[in-house]
Design a protein around this ligand. Sequence first.
Ligand SMILES: C[S@@+](CC[C@H](N)C(=O)[O-])C[C@H]1O[C@@H](n2cnc3c(N)ncnc32)[C@H](O)[C@@H]1O
Length: 271
Amino acid sequence: MEILNDIPDDKYVKVDEFLAYIGIYDDVVRLERFRQHLSRLKSHIEGKTVVEAGAGFGLLSREILKLNPRKLFAVERNDLTYNVLKKRLADFDRVETIHAEVEEFEPDCEVDLLVHEFYGSMLYDENLFSLQQLRFQPKMVFPNGGELRAAVVALSDVHDDVVDTSVLRQLGGVVVGDLFPDHSLSAADFDIVVARYAYGEGIETFETDISRRDGELVAFSLFITHDGEVVCDAITCENWSIAWTPRSGDMFRLDFEVEDGAVKTIFQWLK
Ligand SMILES: C[S@@+](CC[C@H](N)C(=O)[O-])C[C@H]1O[C@@H](n2cnc3c(N)ncnc32)[C@H](O)[C@@H]1O
C-alpha cells in the first residue's frame, strides 16, 4: 500500500507505518504459528501479568486474553494503530491499552511474560533493538531468539524472465527483498547461520565462507525461534521477505550498526 497524495511529513510517517502493518494480517500462517506457541505457554500466561510490545490491531492480544492472564498491557506507539487497538480490545476485561513506545513504558508491577513480534526480514532492526532499552525486566520473553540463515542458490533454481545476469550485474553489493518471488527453495536449503539473536544477549554476526558452495546468488531468510525451536521463517510466513544478492566473491560479512536508535544493515564481500 502506497500513499499517493501530498500530505504533511509528520502525518506521512504515521500513516506509512499504519499502512505497512495492515499488510501483515494477510499472513495467516504467521498468526497461526504464534497462536500455537502462545497456547503452549499457557502456564506463563494464566493468572500472570503479560505485556505485548507493539500490539498493532490486537490480534495476538486477543489470543493472549483467551488464556486468562491476570492483566495484559497492550502497548502500541502509532497513534492511528493505537486508536484501532483500543476499539478492538474495548470489550475485554483484564487488558489495559497503553499508547507509548515500549521502551518508555513503566508497569506498576512485575511482568511475567513479554510477547513481541519485533523482527525484520534481515533479523535485527530498531524494533528488536528497542527490547534492549526496556525500563522493566520481564521474567520471560516470547519469542526469545532468531537467526538469519543464508543459502547459496543457482540461477536455475529461480524463475524470472526479467531478472537475468545483465540485471544482476547492476546489483553487486545490494541486498534486495523479494527479488525472486518465484523460487523452489525450502527452509532446509538455508543451512548457513550468518547472524544470531538472543534476548538478553543481543545480536552476533559471523564472517561467512561460501567457497565450497556453487551458485550465482546468495539468499537470506529470517528464522524466528523460541528456546531454539522455529516459530516462523520467511519461506513459510509471507510477512517477511527472502532477501537476495548476486554473488561477488567467496566470503562475506553482515553487520548491524545502531545510529540514533535506527539500525543499519551493512553487507560487504570480504574476498
Ligand atoms: C508486527 S506489528 C505487531 C502486530 C500485533 N502483534 C498483532 O498481531 O496485531 C508491530 C507493531 O509494533 C508497533 N511498534 C513498533 N515499534 C514499537 C515500539 N518501540 N513501541 C511500541 N510499539 C511499537 C508498530 O507500530 C506495529 O503496530
